[in-house]
Design a binder for this molecule. Structure first.
Ligand SMILES: [Zn+2]
Ligand SMILES: [Zn+2]
Length: 427
């Protein structure tokens, strides 16, 4: 089946493309770029993209789908629906399911569930250590063969440098990036928000920026030592960003991501004790937010990832100290990127596409994605930079409702999402 996405503005950072083109899709692949004055081929379905940006499908490198184990919070199918509604054609679930994705059977199961749902692509991230308990290395080679694209113990980062060093040597040999949630729990344990003036005022136990800084520096040194590719998850501190910037200058193989909530909110959002402001790493103070914006501007930060972490409302209704860390994010990320980065002039659309598509594809080695070059897979995100809309938790495609952005208005949205040439969502 052939499809022509007509009259759109095609942005492909990999191909250096940033102008009007018609995109020809055939059998799930990009078959050609046509001039906008060229005659429309006969017997073809046409999608009018007038006024829209046509971008390679967005790839969220960091989500939590609660299947297997906690399907009341999210299933692979519901997570995929939320993803495409937010403009993401591919998502990469972390291994903290129950059981933990530390072996090929679980990795395969997740991919099969995604294929059954047939909405978005799912590229699982396997565990670094068995059960993510930080002691024995997981079977990385077997998980990679089953389809895992990286390894991480995310919320339970490997505390022991010796084990992390061996993990990196092992991951390097399998050409798997090691995604690390950088947090030295000996410094942050018991904390529920950023340690600073606001935590003092609110009487809540703080998690110091230092806990993240120390672990980022450790991982950079280990990356230098082992030659492994370290991808720092949800970078949130000035110190961590400075360390990554220096490491990149030295040619160390390190990349990093930022979440929309960390480039939007500060710890002042915690003042109302809304548990939907509780996540790890926590919302930081103004100086850290400024460093994040600077890191996005100068390219130190490579990608935008949501860290979508669905939780049941009963859990989030607990008091601040006891409620779980994490917020949903798949459906608000593009809106927040438009509001906070595009319309405030921090980055342009080309860089947005790079951060949400081309860079994630490169970092996780997703061949044929992150670009719309002829022959690549026709995963496509259509953006309207001027679409006004309001996000409402009650309309969410996710099974959970724990977003702090309920009722927020946005200027700019993902309008339609195609996966392998098939229209899977239209706003
Ligand atoms: Zn994390
Ligand atoms: Zn996470």
């Amino acid at each position: 089946m052939k499809l022509l996405i007509k009259n759109g503005h095609l942005i492909d950072p990999v191909e250096g493309q940033n102008s009007g083109k018609n995109l020809l899709i055939d059998d799930g692949k990009v078959a050609g770029w046509l001039g906008q004055n060229e005659k429309t081929p006969a017997d073809i379905e046409v999608f009018d993209a007038s006024g829209l940006v046509v971008a390679p499908g967005f790839i969220d490198m960091h989500v939590h789908l609660r299947e297997p184990g906690q399907e009341h919070k999210e299933t692979i199918a519901s997570g995929c629906s939320a993803a495409v509604a937010g403009g993401w054609t591919s998502i990469c679930p972390m291994p903290n399911t129950n059981p933990v994705n530390d072996n090929a059977a679980i990795t395969r199961y997740m991919i099969e569930q995604a294929e059954r749902a047939h909405v978005a692509n799912v590229f699982p991230i396997g565990a670094v250590t068995k059960s993510s308990d930080g002691s024995e290395l997981a079977e990385m080679g077997e998980m990679k063969a089953a389809g895992a694209v990286a390894v991480s113990d995310d919320g339970r980062p490997v505390p022991n440098a010796g084990i992390m060093r061996r993990a990196m040597q092992y991951a390097r040999d399998f050409d798997l990036p090691v995604v690390d949630h950088c947090e030295d729990k000996s410094l942050s344990s018991g904390g529920v928000m950023h340690e600073g003036r606001i935590s003092l005022l609110l009487g809540l136990k703080g998690m110091p920026a230092l806990a993240e800084d120390i672990d980022v520096v450790r991982d950079i040194l280990l990356a230098k030592d082992t030659g492994a590719h370290v991808h720092v998850a949800h970078v949130s501190t000035l110190g961590a960003i400075e360390a990554v910037r220096r490491a990149k200058h030295e040619g160390i193989n390190v990349t990093c991501e930022v979440t929309p909530h960390h480039f939007t909110l500060t710890d002042r959002a915690v003042e109302g004790y809304d548990t939907n402001t509780k996540m790890s790493p926590p919302l930081r103070s103004e100086e850290h937010l400024e460093a994040i914006i600077e890191g996005i501007k100068d390219g130190t930060i490579d990608t935008i990832a949501t860290d979508h972490a669905p939780h049941h409302s009963d859990e989030k209704a607990l008091e601040y100290d006891r409620s779980p860390f994490g917020i949903t994010g798949l459906e608000t990320a593009v809106g927040l990127t438009f509001n906070e980065l595009i319309h405030k002039g921090v980055i342009d659309l080309v860089r947005m596409v790079e951060m949400c598509s081309s860079n994630p594809a490169r970092i996780f080695r997703l061949a044929g994605r992150g670009t719309l070059a002829v022959g690549s897979i026709a995963d496509i995100t259509l953006l309207d930079p001027n679409w006004d809309w309001t996000y409402s938790n009650s309309d969410s495609h996710s099974k959970s409702r724990n977003s702090p952005f309920d009722g927020w208005s946005f200027h700019g949205a993902a309008i339609a999402t195609f996966v392998s040439g098939k229209l899977v969502y239209r706003r």
